[in-house]
Write a protein that binds this ligand. Sequence first.
Ligand SMILES: Cc1cc2nc3c(=O)[nH]c(=O)nc-3n(C[C@H](O)[C@H](O)[C@H](O)COP(=O)(O)O)c2cc1C
Ligand code: SF4
Ligand code: FES
Length: 651
Amino acid sequence: MDIRHIAAQPSADERTAVDALLGPPQSRWDGGSRADPRAAHASVVGGRASRALRHLLLPALQALQARIGWISEGGLGYVCERLNVPPADAWGVATFYALLATSPRPARVVHVCDDIACKCRGADELVAALERRVGPPLSHGTSASAAPPTSSPQPPTSGWLRSPCLGQCDRAPAAFVTIAGEQPREFSVGRVTAEQVIEILNGARDHTVVGSEDPADVTSITAADVSLVTTDAGRVFRPGKDTGHDGPLLRRVGRVDPGSIDAYRASGGFAALEKARARGPAAVVAEIADSKLLGRGGAAFPAGRKWEAVRTAPATPHYVVCNADESEPGTFKDRVLLEEDPFAIVEAMAIAAFAVGCDRAFVYVRGEYPLAAARLRHAIDAARASGLLAGLDIEIRRGGGAYVCGEETALFESIEGRRGEPRNKPPFPVHAGLFGRPTLVNNVETLANVPHILLDGARAFASAGTPQSAGTRLFCLSGGVRRPGVYEAPFGSTVREMVERAGGLLPGRTLRAILLGGAAGTFLGPADLDLRLTHEDTRAAGAALGSGVIMAIDDSVDLHGLLLRIAAFFRDESCGQCVPCRVGTLRQEEALHRLTAASNGDDAARELALLEDVGAAMKDASICGLGQTAFSAIESAITRLRVFGEGDVRR
Ligand SMILES: Cc1cc2nc3c(=O)[nH]c(=O)nc-3n(C[C@H](O)[C@H](O)[C@H](O)COP(=O)(O)O)c2cc1C
Ligand code: SF4
Ligand code: FES
């Protein structure tokens, strides 16, 4: 097929950025020299070979973004030539991902979270201060017109953007910084102030450390290609220090150097992989099934059933995908595991790959987690260099800033180089997943359970929790609690116990609600604090554990504003593929705005009825979980908290 390319030419820097990823072009057919007339008639890269490179489209666009700060027509055209992708198709991909800009954007950008957990900790005030002192945020769209005004004739070299949840709700309000250039840098900033954002925008601060500045936390990762900051280790639950419950998932966090393979081995690491190889694939899968491990990514599907289906699937090759996209507002547990115990995830992936017969695995890490990606890369390299991966190839792919890409089939589309639009199911991933092949996709926390299930046995694992919700669970405590962070507890603990373990509410505050399960979850009232955190108890109460979010909403929070933010999140993150969700999320947000402004009961009743209709349509007719849950939190606020009901006050 002859693809019509864009006339605009790439700059030297754009070529260099793309070639650094793809290697130099081989002929004029893939963007190389046009000097040789024979190349006009004969291609050195066959059609099949060039189509097989399509999965590199997102990494190539990310390389341009990291080098230049945005994707120009010339740069896009060059990527298209290199990968044999039609420009209109690649444009569709480039415009899908929020972290990619298709109009000029300054090299230095601070993404400031204005999402729900950060709203509970001063994000509105932070954003207002930035608007006052710096100017309006940059636009997410394709137009550069919203760039901040500048007195200089030069285009601005820095700017800030509003961002959805950055997965740092434990250190809210949070920001994420990207600095494009020859040596691009990315870093996260927790408990950020307007002063710090301004310093970063001015180039006076390139590296912010949150909490303890312990160099041991970072020194082992010298090969990392991103700026490293320590995690807020002081806020991560230390089992021994807290209630004496030494949970298996967090036992190394804050204690074992995440950059040292020796330290990991000394703490028992890689013994499970050795045991798995000695026992054989069928026995490993049987052990996982016996443990009754349920997926921790939200859907709570039995892990053993998936593993067995992929192990026995006749089509080959088989793939293993670790879902580390973690973009559900309020969720940050996977980030803590990846940053603080990356070797455990590598070991678990190696066990999964061995069990299901896979020699190429992927980890899809959300784009806003540079430290997690760096530590994971280091762990994969170290494990490979030590011969522990036995030929298994584990590739890291970075997300582009799209919540929907956490949905497993959207994630496959994204890895394959397309817009992250969920597929219809069936077929299910275990039969036709990544590249159309049988694929085991598991959440980071699900996989983190695997080594200790194999070492301690399925029975020991299932002895914690309840018969229907086995094991321990990571809960993400945020909002108005004194010690936000990740806490491990056996299933069956109550909401009240978890809030107490996080230090209870901030002084002088009264609890208004708990958001359980994230933006796609459910609000509970203060009367529900004794709800037991199991799948069966939450289901019976009309709620769900989701990704383990427990966000305390106190009386200082504007609940209407919180609901509007949730509605804006779903409207923004809808991939737009199916009508109920594309239109429904928009209508839901509009109705909420009208409700908030409604001055009489009749108007409010009409809008509430409309909201209910729209919510039901989204729930019943959307293709994927995003649309199906977009009304969930708002509905529960209306029915359980009586928001917009009789006696509702703005705060
Ligand atoms: C909109 C949407 C976003 C999702 N985001 C994530 C995510 O970030 N991480 C995750 O593990 N699962 C996410 N899921 C669930 C995945 O589709 C899938 O069920 C999960 O990765 C399977 O792993 P598990 O069985 O170990 O939970 C999401 C689902 C939907 C509908
Ligand atoms: S429900 Fe929403 S996010 Fe999911 S496929 Fe439909 S439009 Fe896309
Ligand atoms: S980091 Fe701001 S809401 Fe999660």
